[in-house]
Design a protein around this ligand. Structure first.
Ligand code: FCB
Length: 445
Protein backbone atom coordinates (compact mmCIF):
# COMPACT_ATOMS: atom_id res chain seq x y z
CA UNK A 1 0.00 0.00 0.00
CA UNK A 2 1.48 3.35 -0.95
CA UNK A 3 1.99 5.83 1.84
CA UNK A 4 2.41 9.53 1.03
CA UNK A 5 4.46 10.59 4.05
CA UNK A 6 8.18 10.32 4.56
CA UNK A 7 10.54 11.47 7.26
CA UNK A 8 12.00 14.17 5.02
CA UNK A 9 8.60 15.96 4.89
CA UNK A 10 8.86 16.77 8.61
CA UNK A 11 11.21 19.19 10.38
CA UNK A 12 14.77 17.90 10.87
CA UNK A 13 14.57 17.11 14.56
CA UNK A 14 10.98 15.82 14.44
CA UNK A 15 10.65 12.73 16.67
CA UNK A 16 8.75 9.63 15.58
CA UNK A 17 7.94 7.17 18.30
CA UNK A 18 5.75 4.40 19.58
CA UNK A 19 3.94 4.33 22.90
CA UNK A 20 2.94 1.64 25.40
CA UNK A 21 2.11 1.50 29.10
CA UNK A 22 3.36 -0.74 31.86
CA UNK A 23 0.17 -2.51 33.02
CA UNK A 24 -0.99 -3.05 29.45
CA UNK A 25 2.15 -4.95 28.36
CA UNK A 26 4.53 -5.92 31.16
CA UNK A 27 2.79 -8.80 32.90
CA UNK A 28 2.03 -7.47 36.35
CA UNK A 29 2.35 -10.82 38.15
CA UNK A 30 6.11 -10.93 37.66
CA UNK A 31 8.92 -9.17 39.53
CA UNK A 32 7.31 -8.49 42.89
CA UNK A 33 4.82 -5.81 41.81
CA UNK A 34 2.07 -5.02 44.31
CA UNK A 35 -1.67 -5.20 43.85
CA UNK A 36 -3.24 -2.21 42.11
CA UNK A 37 -6.67 -0.63 42.14
CA UNK A 38 -7.04 -1.92 38.57
CA UNK A 39 -6.71 -5.52 39.81
CA UNK A 40 -9.45 -4.81 42.35
CA UNK A 41 -11.64 -3.22 39.69
CA UNK A 42 -11.13 -6.16 37.33
CA UNK A 43 -11.94 -8.63 40.11
CA UNK A 44 -15.40 -7.07 40.39
CA UNK A 45 -17.73 -8.89 37.97
CA UNK A 46 -18.97 -6.80 35.06
CA UNK A 47 -16.20 -4.20 35.08
CA UNK A 48 -13.85 -5.80 32.57
CA UNK A 49 -14.67 -8.03 29.62
CA UNK A 50 -14.28 -11.64 30.77
CA UNK A 51 -12.61 -10.36 33.94
CA UNK A 52 -9.29 -10.19 32.08
CA UNK A 53 -6.28 -8.57 33.80
CA UNK A 54 -2.72 -7.54 33.01
CA UNK A 55 -1.22 -10.42 35.01
CA UNK A 56 0.64 -11.77 31.95
CA UNK A 57 -0.29 -9.26 29.19
CA UNK A 58 2.50 -9.33 26.55
CA UNK A 59 5.08 -10.56 29.06
CA UNK A 60 7.18 -7.55 28.15
CA UNK A 61 8.81 -7.86 31.59
CA UNK A 62 10.71 -10.87 30.19
CA UNK A 63 10.66 -10.01 26.49
CA UNK A 64 11.56 -6.33 26.60
CA UNK A 65 14.77 -6.78 24.60
CA UNK A 66 12.87 -8.33 21.69
CA UNK A 67 10.31 -5.52 21.88
CA UNK A 68 12.95 -2.80 21.85
CA UNK A 69 14.56 -4.52 18.86
CA UNK A 70 11.24 -3.96 17.09
CA UNK A 71 11.25 -0.27 18.02
CA UNK A 72 14.77 0.05 16.66
CA UNK A 73 14.18 -1.97 13.49
CA UNK A 74 11.07 0.12 12.77
CA UNK A 75 13.27 3.20 12.61
CA UNK A 76 11.55 4.95 15.53
CA UNK A 77 13.49 7.60 17.43
CA UNK A 78 11.67 7.38 20.73
CA UNK A 79 9.85 4.94 22.96
CA UNK A 80 7.14 6.30 25.22
CA UNK A 81 6.80 3.83 28.10
CA UNK A 82 5.40 4.07 31.59
CA UNK A 83 6.57 3.10 35.04
CA UNK A 84 4.34 1.04 37.27
CA UNK A 85 3.98 2.72 40.65
CA UNK A 86 3.01 -0.64 42.19
CA UNK A 87 6.10 -2.33 40.71
CA UNK A 88 8.40 0.30 42.21
CA UNK A 89 6.47 0.61 45.50
CA UNK A 90 4.25 -2.47 45.90
CA UNK A 91 2.61 -1.18 49.10
CA UNK A 92 2.86 2.46 48.07
CA UNK A 93 5.57 3.09 50.68
CA UNK A 94 8.49 0.66 50.51
CA UNK A 95 10.70 0.29 47.45
CA UNK A 96 10.92 -3.00 45.55
CA UNK A 97 14.55 -3.11 44.32
CA UNK A 98 13.63 -5.64 41.61
CA UNK A 99 11.14 -3.16 40.20
CA UNK A 100 13.58 -0.28 40.12
CA UNK A 101 16.20 -2.59 38.55
CA UNK A 102 13.78 -3.49 35.79
CA UNK A 103 13.32 0.14 34.71
CA UNK A 104 17.06 0.68 34.98
CA UNK A 105 17.71 -2.25 32.61
CA UNK A 106 14.92 -1.12 30.29
CA UNK A 107 16.40 2.38 30.11
CA UNK A 108 19.87 1.11 29.27
CA UNK A 109 18.42 -1.27 26.70
CA UNK A 110 16.80 1.73 24.95
CA UNK A 111 20.00 3.75 25.02
CA UNK A 112 22.02 0.82 23.65
CA UNK A 113 19.68 0.81 20.66
CA UNK A 114 19.79 4.56 20.14
CA UNK A 115 16.16 5.01 21.27
CA UNK A 116 15.17 8.08 23.35
CA UNK A 117 13.48 7.03 26.62
CA UNK A 118 10.29 9.06 27.14
CA UNK A 119 8.76 8.10 30.47
CA UNK A 120 5.33 8.52 31.99
CA UNK A 121 5.19 8.13 35.76
CA UNK A 122 1.55 7.17 36.10
CA UNK A 123 -0.42 5.21 33.54
CA UNK A 124 -2.99 4.03 36.05
CA UNK A 125 -1.40 1.49 38.45
CA UNK A 126 -2.30 2.97 41.81
CA UNK A 127 -1.13 0.58 44.58
CA UNK A 128 -4.23 -0.86 46.30
CA UNK A 129 -2.94 0.21 49.70
CA UNK A 130 -3.09 3.84 48.56
CA UNK A 131 -6.49 3.32 46.97
CA UNK A 132 -7.62 2.06 50.39
CA UNK A 133 -6.68 5.46 51.80
CA UNK A 134 -8.91 7.18 49.28
CA UNK A 135 -6.57 7.24 46.29
CA UNK A 136 -7.18 10.26 44.07
CA UNK A 137 -9.85 11.55 46.47
CA UNK A 138 -7.21 12.07 49.15
CA UNK A 139 -5.14 15.23 48.96
CA UNK A 140 -2.14 13.30 50.34
CA UNK A 141 -1.81 11.63 46.95
CA UNK A 142 0.31 14.60 45.89
CA UNK A 143 2.91 13.64 48.55
CA UNK A 144 2.68 9.92 47.85
CA UNK A 145 3.19 10.61 44.16
CA UNK A 146 6.13 12.93 44.81
CA UNK A 147 7.76 10.19 46.94
CA UNK A 148 7.32 7.68 44.13
CA UNK A 149 8.71 10.19 41.62
CA UNK A 150 11.76 10.71 43.82
CA UNK A 151 12.25 6.95 44.29
CA UNK A 152 12.36 6.11 40.60
CA UNK A 153 13.78 9.29 39.07
CA UNK A 154 16.69 9.51 41.50
CA UNK A 155 17.72 6.21 39.88
CA UNK A 156 16.89 6.61 36.17
CA UNK A 157 16.14 10.34 35.77
CA UNK A 158 19.68 11.05 34.54
CA UNK A 159 18.98 9.03 31.39
CA UNK A 160 15.46 10.16 30.43
CA UNK A 161 14.91 12.15 27.24
CA UNK A 162 11.63 13.43 28.58
CA UNK A 163 9.21 12.71 31.41
CA UNK A 164 5.52 13.42 31.98
CA UNK A 165 3.97 12.75 35.39
CA UNK A 166 0.45 11.59 34.56
CA UNK A 167 -1.06 10.02 31.46
CA UNK A 168 -4.44 11.53 30.65
CA UNK A 169 -5.73 13.35 33.75
CA UNK A 170 -9.28 13.20 32.35
CA UNK A 171 -9.23 9.40 32.46
CA UNK A 172 -7.70 9.34 35.95
CA UNK A 173 -10.32 11.73 37.28
CA UNK A 174 -13.53 11.87 35.24
CA UNK A 175 -13.67 8.49 33.51
CA UNK A 176 -12.77 6.72 36.73
CA UNK A 177 -14.69 8.71 39.39
CA UNK A 178 -17.69 10.16 37.54
CA UNK A 179 -18.37 7.77 34.66
CA UNK A 180 -17.19 4.71 36.61
CA UNK A 181 -15.64 3.06 33.57
CA UNK A 182 -12.10 2.70 34.93
CA UNK A 183 -10.72 1.94 38.38
CA UNK A 184 -11.84 2.70 41.04
CA UNK A 185 -15.17 2.58 39.18
CA UNK A 186 -16.91 5.34 41.10
CA UNK A 187 -19.89 7.35 39.91
CA UNK A 188 -19.76 10.15 42.43
CA UNK A 189 -19.58 13.85 41.68
CA UNK A 190 -17.76 14.77 44.87
CA UNK A 191 -15.13 12.06 44.35
CA UNK A 192 -14.79 13.23 40.73
CA UNK A 193 -14.33 16.88 41.70
CA UNK A 194 -11.67 15.96 44.24
CA UNK A 195 -9.87 13.76 41.72
CA UNK A 196 -10.09 16.48 39.02
CA UNK A 197 -8.17 18.79 41.34
CA UNK A 198 -5.79 16.33 43.04
CA UNK A 199 -4.64 14.88 39.74
CA UNK A 200 -3.30 18.32 38.79
CA UNK A 201 -1.83 18.90 42.25
CA UNK A 202 0.01 15.56 41.98
CA UNK A 203 1.17 16.47 38.48
CA UNK A 204 2.65 19.75 39.73
CA UNK A 205 4.23 18.10 42.78
CA UNK A 206 5.99 15.56 40.57
CA UNK A 207 7.27 18.33 38.28
CA UNK A 208 8.68 20.17 41.32
CA UNK A 209 10.32 16.95 42.56
CA UNK A 210 11.99 16.35 39.21
CA UNK A 211 13.15 19.97 38.90
CA UNK A 212 14.77 19.58 42.34
CA UNK A 213 16.60 16.55 40.94
CA UNK A 214 17.93 18.80 38.18
CA UNK A 215 15.87 17.14 35.43
CA UNK A 216 14.84 18.93 32.25
CA UNK A 217 12.41 18.36 29.38
CA UNK A 218 9.40 17.76 31.60
CA UNK A 219 5.88 17.89 30.18
CA UNK A 220 2.24 16.99 30.63
CA UNK A 221 0.22 14.50 28.57
CA UNK A 222 -3.46 15.31 28.09
CA UNK A 223 -6.04 13.36 26.14
CA UNK A 224 -8.32 15.52 24.06
CA UNK A 225 -11.52 14.94 22.12
CA UNK A 226 -13.12 17.37 19.75
CA UNK A 227 -16.73 18.06 20.80
CA UNK A 228 -19.35 18.85 18.12
CA UNK A 229 -22.90 19.84 19.07
CA UNK A 230 -25.43 17.50 17.51
CA UNK A 231 -27.34 20.45 16.00
CA UNK A 232 -27.34 24.25 15.99
CA UNK A 233 -29.62 24.68 18.96
CA UNK A 234 -28.32 26.76 21.88
CA UNK A 235 -28.98 23.75 24.14
CA UNK A 236 -26.75 21.45 22.11
CA UNK A 237 -24.08 24.12 21.74
CA UNK A 238 -24.04 24.63 25.47
CA UNK A 239 -23.91 20.87 26.18
CA UNK A 240 -20.95 20.44 23.80
CA UNK A 241 -19.20 23.36 25.49
CA UNK A 242 -19.65 21.64 28.87
CA UNK A 243 -18.20 18.43 27.45
CA UNK A 244 -15.27 20.37 25.97
CA UNK A 245 -14.77 22.16 29.28
CA UNK A 246 -14.65 18.99 31.36
CA UNK A 247 -12.59 17.01 28.86
CA UNK A 248 -10.15 19.55 27.42
CA UNK A 249 -10.17 22.98 29.04
CA UNK A 250 -10.17 22.06 32.73
CA UNK A 251 -6.65 20.61 32.74
CA UNK A 252 -5.00 23.05 30.31
CA UNK A 253 -6.62 25.99 32.03
CA UNK A 254 -5.46 24.79 35.46
CA UNK A 255 -1.88 24.26 34.33
CA UNK A 256 -1.49 27.27 32.00
CA UNK A 257 -3.86 29.88 33.42
CA UNK A 258 -4.11 29.01 37.09
CA UNK A 259 -7.90 28.89 36.98
CA UNK A 260 -10.68 26.48 36.15
CA UNK A 261 -13.20 27.20 33.38
CA UNK A 262 -16.41 28.79 34.62
CA UNK A 263 -18.57 26.41 32.57
CA UNK A 264 -17.21 23.49 34.62
CA UNK A 265 -17.11 25.30 37.97
CA UNK A 266 -20.86 25.77 37.55
CA UNK A 267 -21.20 22.07 38.25
CA UNK A 268 -18.11 21.15 40.23
CA UNK A 269 -17.37 24.09 42.49
CA UNK A 270 -19.64 22.96 45.35
CA UNK A 271 -17.79 19.63 45.40
CA UNK A 272 -14.18 20.81 45.19
CA UNK A 273 -11.85 20.38 48.18
CA UNK A 274 -11.41 23.35 50.55
CA UNK A 275 -8.95 26.07 49.54
CA UNK A 276 -8.44 24.62 46.07
CA UNK A 277 -7.41 28.05 44.74
CA UNK A 278 -4.27 27.94 46.91
CA UNK A 279 -2.83 25.03 44.93
CA UNK A 280 -2.33 26.79 41.60
CA UNK A 281 1.31 27.78 42.23
CA UNK A 282 2.16 24.05 42.30
CA UNK A 283 -0.27 23.10 39.53
CA UNK A 284 1.28 25.80 37.33
CA UNK A 285 4.88 24.57 37.66
CA UNK A 286 6.34 25.51 34.28
CA UNK A 287 6.47 22.78 31.63
CA UNK A 288 8.84 22.30 28.70
CA UNK A 289 6.34 20.66 26.36
CA UNK A 290 2.79 19.36 26.12
CA UNK A 291 1.64 15.99 24.79
CA UNK A 292 -1.73 15.51 23.11
CA UNK A 293 -3.31 12.05 22.96
CA UNK A 294 -5.94 12.07 20.24
CA UNK A 295 -8.29 9.40 18.91
CA UNK A 296 -11.73 10.76 18.03
CA UNK A 297 -14.43 13.39 18.36
CA UNK A 298 -17.79 13.18 20.12
CA UNK A 299 -21.19 14.47 19.08
CA UNK A 300 -22.95 15.92 22.07
CA UNK A 301 -26.62 16.54 22.77
CA UNK A 302 -28.39 17.92 25.82
CA UNK A 303 -29.70 15.26 28.19
CA UNK A 304 -33.38 14.72 27.46
CA UNK A 305 -33.98 11.75 29.73
CA UNK A 306 -35.95 13.24 32.63
CA UNK A 307 -35.00 10.31 34.84
CA UNK A 308 -31.39 11.53 34.70
CA UNK A 309 -31.57 15.10 35.95
CA UNK A 310 -28.58 17.11 37.14
CA UNK A 311 -25.30 18.51 35.88
CA UNK A 312 -23.64 18.20 33.32
CA UNK A 313 -26.89 17.37 31.51
CA UNK A 314 -25.39 16.00 28.31
CA UNK A 315 -25.19 12.78 26.37
CA UNK A 316 -23.08 11.39 23.57
CA UNK A 317 -24.86 10.69 20.30
CA UNK A 318 -23.83 8.13 17.71
CA UNK A 319 -22.07 9.77 14.76
CA UNK A 320 -22.15 9.12 10.98
CA UNK A 321 -18.41 8.75 10.30
CA UNK A 322 -16.63 5.42 9.77
CA UNK A 323 -15.64 3.87 13.11
CA UNK A 324 -12.75 1.89 14.55
CA UNK A 325 -13.03 -1.42 16.41
CA UNK A 326 -13.59 0.70 19.55
CA UNK A 327 -16.67 2.24 17.92
CA UNK A 328 -14.85 5.59 17.79
CA UNK A 329 -15.50 7.84 14.79
CA UNK A 330 -12.47 8.51 12.60
CA UNK A 331 -12.10 12.29 12.50
CA UNK A 332 -8.55 13.41 11.60
CA UNK A 333 -9.47 17.12 11.43
CA UNK A 334 -10.05 17.01 15.18
CA UNK A 335 -6.32 16.52 15.71
CA UNK A 336 -5.56 19.65 13.69
CA UNK A 337 -8.23 21.61 15.52
CA UNK A 338 -6.99 20.59 18.96
CA UNK A 339 -3.32 21.20 18.17
CA UNK A 340 -4.00 24.67 16.78
CA UNK A 341 -6.36 25.62 19.60
CA UNK A 342 -3.98 24.37 22.30
CA UNK A 343 -1.17 26.51 20.90
CA UNK A 344 -3.40 29.53 20.42
CA UNK A 345 -5.19 29.48 23.77
CA UNK A 346 -2.70 27.89 26.16
CA UNK A 347 0.81 26.89 25.17
CA UNK A 348 2.08 29.52 22.70
CA UNK A 349 5.62 28.65 21.63
CA UNK A 350 5.87 25.55 23.80
CA UNK A 351 6.62 22.40 21.79
CA UNK A 352 3.67 20.06 21.29
CA UNK A 353 3.94 16.32 20.74
CA UNK A 354 1.24 13.94 19.63
CA UNK A 355 1.94 11.40 22.37
CA UNK A 356 -0.76 8.91 21.32
CA UNK A 357 -2.68 8.33 18.12
CA UNK A 358 -3.78 5.10 16.51
CA UNK A 359 -6.70 2.76 15.99
CA UNK A 360 -7.98 -0.63 17.05
CA UNK A 361 -8.77 -3.17 14.33
CA UNK A 362 -9.80 -6.82 14.52
CA UNK A 363 -6.47 -7.87 12.99
CA UNK A 364 -5.84 -11.51 12.23
CA UNK A 365 -2.68 -13.37 11.43
CA UNK A 366 -2.80 -14.91 7.96
CA UNK A 367 -0.14 -17.09 6.32
CA UNK A 368 1.29 -13.99 4.61
CA UNK A 369 1.35 -11.86 7.77
CA UNK A 370 -1.08 -9.35 9.26
CA UNK A 371 -2.67 -6.91 6.87
CA UNK A 372 -4.13 -3.79 8.44
CA UNK A 373 -4.91 -1.32 5.63
CA UNK A 374 -7.43 0.55 7.79
CA UNK A 375 -4.73 1.37 10.34
CA UNK A 376 -2.39 2.55 7.57
CA UNK A 377 -5.13 4.85 6.28
CA UNK A 378 -5.79 6.14 9.81
CA UNK A 379 -2.12 6.96 10.38
CA UNK A 380 -1.88 8.54 6.94
CA UNK A 381 -4.81 10.90 7.42
CA UNK A 382 -3.80 11.88 10.95
CA UNK A 383 -0.17 12.54 9.96
CA UNK A 384 -1.53 14.77 7.20
CA UNK A 385 -3.28 16.86 9.85
CA UNK A 386 -0.05 17.06 11.86
CA UNK A 387 1.73 18.36 8.75
CA UNK A 388 -1.06 20.86 8.18
CA UNK A 389 -0.71 22.14 11.76
CA UNK A 390 3.07 22.49 11.33
CA UNK A 391 2.55 24.42 8.09
CA UNK A 392 0.24 26.75 9.98
CA UNK A 393 2.97 27.45 12.52
CA UNK A 394 2.00 25.07 15.34
CA UNK A 395 5.25 23.88 16.97
CA UNK A 396 4.53 20.14 16.76
CA UNK A 397 7.83 18.36 17.31
CA UNK A 398 6.91 14.69 17.41
CA UNK A 399 4.33 12.00 16.78
CA UNK A 400 3.95 8.69 18.63
CA UNK A 401 1.74 5.83 17.58
CA UNK A 402 -0.40 4.01 20.10
CA UNK A 403 0.74 1.30 20.25
CA UNK A 404 3.85 -0.76 19.58
CA UNK A 405 2.07 -4.00 20.53
CA UNK A 406 -1.44 -5.35 20.72
CA UNK A 407 -2.07 -5.21 24.44
CA UNK A 408 -4.50 -5.17 27.34
CA UNK A 409 -7.08 -2.53 26.47
CA UNK A 410 -8.31 -1.92 30.03
CA UNK A 411 -12.03 -2.62 30.53
CA UNK A 412 -12.19 -4.07 27.00
CA UNK A 413 -9.59 -6.76 27.65
CA UNK A 414 -7.43 -8.27 24.92
CA UNK A 415 -9.71 -8.23 21.89
CA UNK A 416 -9.21 -4.58 20.88
CA UNK A 417 -5.95 -4.60 18.93
CA UNK A 418 -4.08 -1.29 18.70
CA UNK A 419 -0.59 -2.62 17.87
CA UNK A 420 1.70 -2.03 14.93
CA UNK A 421 2.85 -5.49 15.99
CA UNK A 422 0.40 -8.35 16.40
CA UNK A 423 0.63 -10.40 19.59
CA UNK A 424 -0.68 -13.95 19.80
CA UNK A 425 -1.86 -14.02 23.41
CA UNK A 426 -1.53 -17.83 23.61
CA UNK A 427 2.07 -18.11 22.43
CA UNK A 428 3.08 -14.43 22.95
CA UNK A 429 4.61 -14.48 19.49
CA UNK A 430 5.07 -11.03 17.93
CA UNK A 431 4.32 -10.44 14.22
CA UNK A 432 4.85 -6.97 12.75
CA UNK A 433 1.76 -5.89 10.80
CA UNK A 434 1.77 -4.20 7.40
CA UNK A 435 1.34 -0.84 9.18
CA UNK A 436 4.65 -1.43 10.97
CA UNK A 437 6.42 -2.15 7.68
CA UNK A 438 4.78 0.87 6.03
CA UNK A 439 5.94 3.22 8.76
CA UNK A 440 9.41 1.68 8.79
CA UNK A 441 9.70 2.39 5.05
CA UNK A 442 8.45 5.94 5.50
CA UNK A 443 10.96 6.56 8.27
CA UNK A 444 13.84 5.21 6.22
CA UNK A 445 13.03 7.48 3.28
C1 FCB B 1 -5.65 5.94 25.87
C2 FCB B 1 -4.76 5.29 26.90
C3 FCB B 1 -4.06 4.06 26.45
C4 FCB B 1 -4.93 3.22 25.53
C5 FCB B 1 -5.51 4.07 24.43
C6 FCB B 1 -6.34 3.32 23.44
O1 FCB B 1 -6.66 6.63 26.50
O2 FCB B 1 -3.77 6.19 27.32
O3 FCB B 1 -3.65 3.34 27.58
O4 FCB B 1 -5.88 2.57 26.25
O5 FCB B 1 -6.29 5.09 24.99
Amino acid sequence: MSFPHKRADFPDDFIFGVATSSYQIEGHAKGGAGRTHWDDFAATPGNVVRGETGALACDHYTRYAEDLDLVQAGGFDAYRFSISWARVMPDGVNINPEGVDFYDRLTDAMLERGIHPCATLYHWELPSSLADKGGWRNRDIAHWFADFTQAIMSRIGDRMSSVAPINEPWCVAWLSHFLGEHAPGLRDIRAAAHAMHHVLLAHGSAIETMRALGMTNLGGVFNMEWADPVDNSPQATRAAARYDGIYNHWFLSGVFKGEYPQIVLEGLEPHLPDRWQDDFPTIQSPLDWVGVNYYTRKRIAPETDLTRPGWPALREVDGPLPKTQMGWEIYPEGLYQLLTRTTRDYTGDLPLFVTENGMACADQREPDGVNDPARIAYLETHLAQVKRAIQDGVPVQGYMVWSLLDNYEWALGYEKRFGLVHVDFDTLERTPKSSYHTLANALRS
